[in-house]
Ligand binder design. Structure first.
Ligand code: U2F
Length: 568
């Protein structure tokens, strides 16, 4: 059946269970944003002009909320614990439901088993009936539970799984054999999934799909009202837990010279000792009251933790300037406890790299906090700057609906698009088809030839491909970014070919197929060329000064980096 947009979110609230603080938080959020979601759904419906696609049967299993995985988050909802994950799951539920799919939501192992069709009391056996879901959205905890209870069926059906993974999983950490061999350690296991099956909170690495969440949107009247009600001397400190205030006396003292400081730090009976007396602490607020506070404030200031949460986007959307610390050297799984064991070597250059790179000034100021003068100067300048509320399209309801719709209709990890590249060089008798790539007019990169046949089923459409050669110190992510493009891992298969080196006038004394997440690449000084033997290892992330990498880049829609211009 065709998926039909829904026009009421009340039935979704029925699908989400009760009895946990985390579930109440999510339902409150869905209720509060309902009108905004419905308008957005209507706009997308008009835009798609009936091209809605099929209705899918979807299981949503929120693993981290199950008792079996410890459910450490629910008891902390009202105590300043992380809420970002619940914000995102609430939004995923709303989006999938509005897009017209048929949903089942589970937050316990028992419900998971009964929905999968695992007979009660049975051990780790294959399912007796075919899996009744086209898609399963879960997280790392849920993945583990499914593996434990589906027996061999897990292997068969894992291509239908989508893993909500806040910080992302890079291909080198996902591939079991390679990760083990090369020491890419993780606490989360090696799943050999297609890297795009992992879905992140921010567009960290294009190797994963960007899922995101939404923030409140303002209409023209609200924007006007906010602008006139702003208290230009009011600052709100980012962080619900007292520990983030520890050792920040110096900054707070400087800030206190210019602004009235507010906080939303959880406390039981008394002011937490970390929060100085001159700070007006509201205690942890319900989400919509927190938004109201942001509407009045001029500045939202981060002290380094939590990393990459939703709150800075909400602050910017409500007309605040976000001031945050630059991390030099950047934090990563190699040098920081918080990221240790996470399946990524991404270098986090500030508390919120998305805000830094995708939004920037005048909304976002990223400064060196070790330099008090720079810090103080930033505050003074911010006090003089006027900013408008700003929300990137990809974090609006319409943007999120559009993106998820595109993923559901186009991403298919169960059928392979084309046969993998031959592991050995082709015999001369086998004639390979002409390359669809041609050298650009200024001879800097390769592009899709206008005369090449366009495969109507390929997604993203291959004619948005441009092949660029990286510098040794740059990953493909960076190489594409510098050209105003984004790395597109699905295109690696078009450039993992000997002739592509030739077309770029690269001399290859030898060409080998090997397993390495940096390949295809060339070691220029020794004229050695390398092709990728394992398609699962195609990776936008990663660099090594020894190699210049072949990078597949594509264009993207303004404010919607996940989708190319012709991707809808
Ligand atoms: C991030 O976790 P957090 O959940 O701590 O991220 P935040 O950006 O602080 O905020 C999450 C939500 O909390 C709300 C606010 C945000 O949507 O509207 N809130 C509130 O309801 N009441 C208040 O008084 C203050 C804020 C990240 F999301 C996680 O994935 C990470 O695990 C964590 C650690 O890096 O950081």
């Amino acid at each position: 059946a065709q998926a039909a947009f829904r026009s009421d979110l009340a039935p979704l609230l029925e699908l989400v269970g009760t009895g946990k603080e985390s579930l109440s938080f999510m339902k409150k959020r869905i209720r509060h944003l309902a009108q905004q979601w419905l308008w957005a759904a209507r706009r997308l419906e008009q835009k798609l002009k009936g091209r809605q696609g099929d209705q899918k049967h979807i299981l949503i299993h929120i693993g981290f909320l199950t008792e079996e995985s410890g459910d450490v988050f629910s008891p902390r909802v009202l105590k300043g614990g992380p809420l970002g994950e619940m914000v995102q799951w609430a939004d995923i539920l709303a989006a999938l439901f509005l897009l017209g799919h048929s949903l089942k939501v589970t937050v316990s192992l028992k419900e998971l088993q009964s929905n999968l069709g695992v007979p009660p009391g049975r051990g780790n056996c294959p399912l007796t009936n075919p899996l009744p879901f086209d898609l399963i959205y879960t997280d790392y905890h849920g993945l583990q539970q499914m593996k434990q209870h589906m027996g061999l069926s897990f292997k068969k059906y894992r291509c239908r799984v989508r893993v909500i993974d806040t910080f992302g999983t890079e291909p080198a950490y996902n591939h079991e054999e390679y990760a083990t061999l090369r020491g890419f350690r993780t606490n989360w296991g090696y799943w050999n999934l297609h890297p795009s099956q992992f879905m992140t909170m921010f567009p960290h690495t294009p190797d994963n799909s960007f899922m995101g969440f939404v923030s409140e949107e303002l209409n023209q009247t609200e924007r006007q009202r906010i602008k006139s009600n702003k208290v230009s001397s009011m600052a709100v400190v980012y962080g619900k837990e007292a520990s983030i205030w520890k050792g920040k006396e110096k900054f707070l003292a400087i800030l206190n010279k210019y602004m009235e400081i507010h906080g939303t730090v959880y406390y039981e009976t008394q002011r937490p000792p970390e929060v100085p007396a001159f700070v007006k602490n509201h205690g942890l607020l319900p989400q919509h009251e927190f938004q109201q506070l942001l509407r009045k404030a001029k500045l939202f200031i981060g002290f380094g933790f939590p990393y990459e949460g939703p709150a800075p986007l909400e602050a910017i959307a409500n007309g605040c300037v976000f001031l945050q610390a630059r991390f030099n050297p950047p934090h990563s799984s190699l040098n920081h406890e918080f990221f240790r064991g996470k399946p990524t070597s991404r270098e986090v250059s500030s508390q919120h790299p998305y805000a830094e790179d995708f939004i920037g000034k005048p909304h976002v100021w990223t400064v060196d906090y070790n330099n008090s003068e720079e810090f103080e100067a930033a505050i003074k300048t911010i006090l003089r700057t006027q900013v408008d509320p700003y929300l990137p399209y990809e974090y609006t309801c319409e943007g999120m609906l559009e993106r998820i719709h595109a993923y559901i209709q186009h991403q298919d990890f169960c059928t392979t698009p084309s046969p993998p590249p031959p592991a050995k060089a082709q015999s001369p008798a086998m004639q390979s088809p002409p390359s669809p790539l041609v050298l650009s007019p200024n001879a800097t990169h390769l592009m899709w030839s206008p005369s090449a046949r366009r495969d109507p089923h390929a997604w993203p459409p291959a004619d948005s491909l441009q092949v660029w050669l990286s510098e040794g110190q740059h990953a493909c992510t960076e190489t594409c970014r510098r050209r105003g493009l984004v790395c597109e891992p699905t295109f690696f298969r078009f450039l993992n070919k000997k002739e592509v080196f030739l077309q770029l006038s690269i001399t290859c004394d030898s060409t080998e197929y090997e397993m390495n997440h940096l390949y295809p690449a060339v070691a220029e000084n020794v004229h050695e060329c390398y092709l990728q033997k394992e398609p699962l290892l195609f990776s936008c992330a990663g660099h090594n000064s020894k190699y210049r990498r072949l990078c597949p880049c594509r264009d993207y829609r303004e404010g919607q980096v996940a989708l190319c211009r012709d991707c809808l």
